[in-house]
Design a protein around this ligand. Structure first.
Ligand SMILES: NC(=O)c1ccc[n+]([C@@H]2O[C@H](COP(=O)([O-])OP(=O)(O)OC[C@H]3O[C@@H](n4cnc5c(N)ncnc54)[C@H](OP(=O)(O)O)[C@@H]3O)[C@@H](O)[C@H]2O)c1
Length: 285
């Protein structure tokens, strides 16, 4: 078994939830998993407890609340009572308290809470803060796919999350990268509390990955594949300490862990951001 590396979190969003993946992750030193109440058709917690109750104590475990099942489709909510109930339910279903509970994509619910968005976000954050203080989870965070509505709602009175999880990688646009910087500054987040997610935008099979060679972002290609280079570059777009990535293949996870040793060319990242910014302003690139 390799030494544990906190920079990689195995994300279970698209996972089949197979035990061999979890044992494979531990062998590779990947000792953090990220799930959500709504993953695997709202069965992720229960299935993890069933197939891997003996393994779960070996992982740092994060999950998310804020999506609730409904007959036709999932429903977003920032309602404090529902959120508190969901945190309690998560601990019951998993058979242990999660280390981190994220508020899941609050931007969706905020569309419906106007003009009381700030108050709705405040109450939701306070609920997770309170759940943490009561020991229902180790810490709380915000996971946001599109954080654009958030910065204007944050002031010094807003409870501060311990972790902020945002999209990361080469598919993230400059508007989101800038918003993340603003949000992280508003909340006073340090790099060590920033997590990236979905470094391949959900699929390495998307045509875009055949059209670019992310190895230009590495100082030394050192025999790494394009997928490995894209993963390594994701830690700088935006600057994050940890990345949640999905795979059902332990061998693929091993490749990603292997990419961590590569050094990123920060100048190339800087130039890439400048290109994105010029393009967003309509300037020729
Ligand atoms: N709003 C939110 O809270 C939110 C939203 C999205 C994601 N997330 C988090 O981020 C995690 C990851 O996101 P994601 O699964 O959507 O997308 P992702 O990590 O960008 O992409 C996952 C895909 O990459 C492939 N892959 C991984 N390593 C590979 C390798 N070495 N070679 C070839 N293919 C490889 C996997 O295929 P194989 O199975 O074939 O390896 C999988 O289909 C989620 O599980 C979740 O924890 C959170």
């Amino acid at each position: 078994m390799r030494d544990s590396d906190p920079r990689v979190v195995l994300g279970l969003h698209r996972s089949r939830h197979e035990r061999r993946l979890l044992t494979g992750a531990l062998d590779l030193g990947v000792t953090a998993i990220d799930t959500s109440a709504n993953y695997l058709g709202f069965r992720s917690h229960e299935v993890l407890a069933r197939i891997a109750s003996d393994l779960l104590p070996k992982f740092t475990l994060s999950t998310k609340v804020g999506y609730f099942p409904r007959a036709d489709r999932a429903e977003h909510s920032l309602d404090p009572t529902r959120l508190h109930g969901a945190v309690e339910q998560a601990a019951r279903d998993l058979g242990r308290e999660p280390d981190v509970v994220f508020l899941h994509n609050p931007e969706h619910s905020l569309q419906e809470t106007a003009p009381h968005n700030r108050d709705a976000l405040f109450q939701a954050c306070a609920t997770l803060d309170d759940a943490t203080a009561k020991g229902l989870c180790g810490a709380w965070g915000i996971a946001s796919w599109d954080p654009s509505p958030l910065p204007e709602l944050i002031d010094v009175t807003m409870p501060r999350p311990s972790v902020l999880m945002v999209r990361a990688g080469l598919l993230v646009g400059i508007r989101t990268l800038d918003t993340v910087n603003t949000l992280a500054a508003a909340w006073g987040m340090s790099n060590s509390t920033m997590w990236g997610m979905s470094p391949f935008g959900g699929s390495t099979g998307a045509p875009v990955w055949d059209r670019i060679d992310p190895r230009v972002f590495l100082r030394d290609r050192a025999g790494l594949s394009r997928v490995q280079a894209a993963f390594r570059a994701a830690y700088h777009l935006p600057q994050v300490n940890t990345v949640a990535v999905g795979t059902d293949e332990p061998a693929h996870l091993g490749e990603l862990v292997g990419a961590l040793a590569a050094e990123v060319d920060e100048q190339a990242i800087h130039q890439y951001r400048s290109l994105l910014r010029d393009r967003s302003r309509g300037q020729p690139v």
